[in-house]
Design a binder for this molecule. Sequence first.
Ligand code: HEM
Length: 481
Amino acid sequence: MVKLKDRPKPRFEDDRFIAAVPVPDQREVDDYRWYDGFSTIAAIANNPLESFNAAQYRDPYTQYKMFGTDFCVINCPELIHHCFVANRHNYKFSAIRQRILRAVIGDGLISAEGEKWQHARRAMSPMFTPRNVKVFAEMMKQTTLREMPAVLEAAADNNGELEIANPMAALTYLVLSDTLFSGDIDRGKNEILRDVSTALLYVGRPDPLDFMGAPDWVPRLTRLRGLKAVKNLREMIAELTRIRKTERDRGDNLPDDFLTRLLQVGDDDTRSFSDLEVEEHLLAFIGAGHETTARALSWLFYLLSNDTNARDRLEAEVDALDIDAVPPEQWGDQLPFALACFEETMRLFPPAPFIARTAIEKDQFTRTDGDTITIPKGTNLILNTWQLHRHKSLWEHADAFIPERFMGEAREKIGRFQYLPFGVGERVCIGQRFAMQEAMILVALLARRYRFEYAGSDVPWPKLRITIQPENGMPMRITRR
Ligand code: HEM
């Protein structure tokens, strides 16, 4: 495992910036034997990125056993297509994934299964069509313009320095919460933000007991701190729902936000959502929908602060955008380089990289090179986009920040199953368009007004919780442009 003292340094290769990330463990896959399981589990619980094996960045798939359970990590596009699309019915959510997510969001869209999921996905898909997502663009712009100064100006009191990972999460949460509840929240914003981040930090992480298959009633000590925060959030959402329903029953004009839209499900002949379902779906949006975007933004500004050519080009592009004349839903089309920078950031630091399933029955697949892989029943199947996006067989200069990969003809050469920051198959991220639109609006407004220069004494070290976060935050020197 990579110890603190041997952490690599960031470097440049042909003028391209390479961030410091955990180097793969040199043990071969066969070494994950039972006697080594405890140290591997400890590493996984602390920072899974530090437990990855060299083969996982080199081979199309790796298979190993831990505590008697089969694991199969797939890093090859045709195998990903097979397991997540062609033969997807043979794979269900893994027990570990569900244990972690259910503790936070119950049966919200991201963890619901079977008929519950099908009904919810069908009912919610119309809310995320391009037309409906565009409706939120102006709100995203206005919320950012209103909240950005307060969130970032704290730097002014601190010699221009500010840890930005948390403020970015605050900003994306405020944008999301306006689209969910139209700002109908009475409780203090800071209190809610604290609950959201506590919930994600303490509840949304694997506990060593999960890997040992301990039953759910065994308390996970690592999660206890987060449970109160989850309770507070649930109460807040339940209260907002109660108020909105009263307004609806009174015939008031309701704001066009997700809460209203969720309460409208069932106005045609579909089943409406129960109060608990509305609560858990909103909780799922909060859990899935703001920290992901915020992490990508922090890493983006870190990468740009090291690649000043890219930063100059991005700044010139956003400066040229007439933000008063061009409607915000069109900004992504007008900012091809900024978009490429954001996509390249999500390649190197995919915000939610761990996509896990379990094989219901034994599966077999023959790859085009003639190799046949057998996936035994009960295998933990892992699609790890951190590895896929840095895989040596798929990417040239895999670790380097090269936004141009995502522009023009180069973009077209990227395979459909090679770049998957939003997942793949029927459970692909429902909020993908929402996230990309929001990200472009935030990047444009932030980069027009501020320049970020990395100000930490140590390099930011990526740590995998549910998202990839900088271990000690992202201290930046912020100057007004
Ligand atoms: C950069 C931002 C985002 C990234 C990288 C991201 C990534 C992902 C990934 C990888 C999955 C698939 C998980 C799996 O298959 O196990 C997913 C699912 C999901 N995401 Fe996102 N997400 C982002 C933003 C959002 C936003 C803004 C929302 C909501 C407004 C959202 C809501 C969801 C939901 C509800 C699911 C579950 C879908 C289902 O299972 O049917 N996400 N996301």
